[in-house]
Design a protein around this ligand. Sequence first.
Ligand SMILES: [Zn+2]
Length: 243
Amino acid sequence: MTVEVVRVAVLSDNYVWLVHEPVSGETVAVDPAVAEPVLAAAANRNWRITQIWNTHWHGDHTDGNVEIKAATGCTVTAPAAEIHKIPTPDVAVSDGDIIRIGNVLGITISVPAHTVGHVAYYLAGEAVLFAGDTLFAMGCGRLFEGSAAQMYDNMTRLAALGPETRVYCAHEYTLRNGRFALTAEPDNAELIKRMREVEAARAAGAATIPTTIALERATNPFMRAGSVSELARRRQARDSFEG
Ligand SMILES: [Zn+2]
């Protein structure tokens, strides 16, 4: 891997990702919910943030934009369909647009459903996906602005990425997602095994992200849903799940 990815844990359960490309010295902040801890994490490594990539307009993904841009002069890339809701955007992206960090190229993948314009940022050569609030470890985002059919398409599309792809999502929801997943697939041996590992990690205060496409294909009840209606049923059940 050429890029280095660093986790910055903020708010109650958000992860902001710093992506550093050492040849150019470029650093991207993905979904900065806040500014200060993100700027501090970059400064600790002598990195300067040159770009922000927002996956969608929600404040816990964009509220750091203004201050980080003011402090660094970075360029803000954001989904075209939500650009009017996103602070200080410079570049609008939709499906299949090229993104770049130094000489590392990537592509945007349109994944509407959680919000209408949600995009994921995919660095194929690095096998790295920034999935925002679309694909979580053993979960998917709530359907605030889109449909189960759209989320089903998103899951199908993301499942087709390389199995080794590391998935960096924006929240630590893994434990509750996994408990719900066990209600959907109580006999899934890989899921049972994964949950033992997740429970141990969380008990030790460790993060469970990144996950991988292979792990999600084996254990994620939304990626594994056999139809739109099955995904819809599971999403509805997950919305009220308190386990
Ligand atoms: Zn969101």
